[in-house]
Design a protein around this ligand. Structure first.
Ligand SMILES: Cc1cc2nc3c(=O)[nH]c(=O)nc-3n(C[C@H](O)[C@H](O)[C@H](O)COP(=O)(O)O)c2cc1C
Length: 355
């Protein structure tokens, strides 16, 4: 099975091609430090067989924080607590990337920063060129911190309507300066973030991205745009691209779609991943609705993607990769109800709410 064959990202060897996609767990304290509960969960996921564990979205600056219990990557004093997490992963034989985010206009602060002010969100403040430079540099410092804390790589969050996606999308980027307007201009913020992060961590450290293939909203960022951006990222030296789609405003087509009841509804971003894979050399991951091992294997064999990534199935069954290896007919038992979010907000950590 290709799923269980080793693969590499930059110079990092991974034991298989099953990835835990970034998942906010709500298990960090108010400072952004991982709790013992998060460390236990990461141990379970690694012993459960995932080849790569991508952390929940971690804020590069305090004003980029969104949900409670999110991991912080904004201060050096967090490093000892973060090292406990990465050490636990490594002792269990795993590899972990840190997902870096600034939530931009979706941050839960009094006056969130965003590319443009928006009529529907009066409290949002349009970023000045100085704000842009400061956040670019916050991404670079956070990446260096993740490296120092023992993460095996980083993933820039370039999807799901957060700041990088806000710059890419004409719906949220109505700037008149060199950061807005044409696709080239809307990509400038991402370009600056990537270059600064790469300079901070060096050429041999995996720098990857979760890229939106489409906002799934009329007038938004579209696959044609994503193909151009993916090609650019590839030419700059990105080490892997995880292909997602949708934002919280995309109706039924949000990043975590519901009602994945049959194989026909599975792998709902795979066609986009395939299209992107055709224009890049970097390894491509597909995420979204993957539930059946045979389907996951077919995605790799057909060349739609090089890795399959999952979030919700691993909340319910952290040992799903091992289960698949033991029994290839075992379909994930997650029903995609998204009930896992609520305990993250109310009980200090996500969990599957099904019996
Ligand atoms: C509880 C929860 C938290 C999530 N947190 C993140 C996150 O921090 N970063 C991210 O890129 N995606 C996040 N996602 C989206 C998932 O990574 C994934 O893209 C989406 O759920 C579709 O994959 P799935 O069908 O395997 O769940 C989250 C999803 C869930 C259900």
């Amino acid at each position: 099975m290709k799923l269980f064959r080793p693969a590499s990202i930059n110079q990092l060897s991974l034991k298989n091609r099953i990835v835990r996609s970034a998942t906010w767990e709500g298990m960090c304290d108010a400072e952004g430090q991982p709790t013992a509960r998060l460390i236990d969960l990461y141990r379970q996921l690694v012993t459960g067989g995932v080849g790569l564990l991508i952390s929940g979205y971690s804020y590069v600056r305090a004003d980029g924080k969104q949900l409670a219990g999110k991991m912080g990557m904004d201060q050096d004093r967090l490093i000892p607590a973060l090292q406990k997490l990465t050490t636990a992963v490594h002792q269990a034989g795993g590899k972990t990337f840190c997902q870096l985010v600034h939530a931009g206009g979706l941050a839960t602060v009094a006056a969130p920063l965003a590319p443009s002010s928006l009529a529907e969100k009066p409290n949002v403040r349009a970023m000045t060129p100085q704000d842009i430079a400061a956040i670019v540099s916050a991404f670079a410092s956070a990446a260096a911190r993740a490296q120092g804390a023992g993460f095996d790589g980083v993933q820039l969050h370039g999807a799901h309507g957060y700041l990088i996606n806000q710059f890419l999308s004409p719906l949220t980027n109505q700037r008149q300066d060199e950061y807005g307007g044409s696709l080239e201009n809307r990509t400038r913020f991402l370009s600056e973030v990537y270059q600064a992060v790469r300079a901070a961590v060096g050429p041999d450290y995996p720098v990857t991205i979760k890229l939106t293939a489409s906002d799934n909203i009329d007038g938004g960022f579209m696959l044609a745009d994503a193909l151009t951006v993916a090609g650019q990222l590839d030419s700059w030296g990105i080490d892997a691209i995880e292909v997602s789609s949708g934002t919280g405003a995309a109706g039924d087509l949000t990043p975590a779609r519901q009602k994945i009841d049959s194989p026909a509804q599975e792998a709902y971003n795979a066609a986009h991943a395939r299209a992107i894979k055709q224009v890049v050399k970097a390894p491509v991951m597909t995420v979204g609705g993957i539930r059946s091992p045979q389907l996951a294997e077919d995605l790799l064999v057909r060349g739609d993607a090089d890795f399959v990534a999952m979030s919700r199935p691993l909340i319910r069954e952290p040992d799903l990769a091992n289960q698949w290896q033991a029994d290839f007919s075992h379909r994930a038992t997650c029903i995609s109800c998204n009930g896992c979010f609520r305990p993250g907000l109310k009980e200090g950590g996500i969990r599957c709410v099904l019996a």
